[in-house]
Write a protein that binds this ligand. Sequence first.
Ligand code: MN3
Length: 253
Amino acid sequence: MSPKKNNRRTFLKNSVTGTAMIAMGVQGMGFLLESFTTSEKIKTHSFNTGFDQQPLPYAYDALENVIDATTMEIHYSKHAAAYSKNLKDAASAEKIDSNSTLEKLFPEISKYSMKLRNNGGGHYNHEMFWQCMRPKINDNKPEGNLMKLIEKDFGSFTDFKKQFADAGKNRFGSGWAWLCKDQSGSLKIGSTSNQDNPLMNIPSNEINGFPILCLDVWEHAYYLKYQNKRADYIENWWNVVNWEYVQKRYIAV
Ligand code: MN3
């Protein structure tokens, strides 16, 4: 068995254990969380994602000069809203508890329909994507421990940005670029196609782990302002990354 396959199996096995722990309830289980691996903690962290859209954390025009207001409005109120609605339809048809979370479903998503996979991913990825951004800040970059981790795993912040941007640029067709935390706490970069994400148990996934930063590289995310120039969109996007949020996600798992 290849190391990659082995990692995936370990990830899935641990995810199932984590689900069982959730069923027991999180209250008063702090002493047990200490021994959790990353994927097990995913089930208990504070970023659990339900099926409804949360309010956009800023106005449609808050990211202007990087992402225009019209793109934001269509993206949030049409594209992302449709994923949420279709996810709820699929969950209802497949008799999934409406109080369940996507973090519980993704490690076993392959046993459900493509409608649930596409719309579950579409909803989760966008809910995370909105939080990963904030109004533009000059000289925007991570601080403290997160910057140290990035420098340890990628050499420098510049090298990290290049590798992440390449993941987005080289994703053929529609998909997402990701920065993930793996079970050892290391950072990894990869991309997924369509609305798949690194929490899903999909054999074709090139990256598994807990996502802490994501970038939508579907054309609907940038075409009005950037047309075919995906690289320019990514280059500009660094100015609006919410590094505090990324760090919170890293700490949560
Ligand atoms: Mn999108």
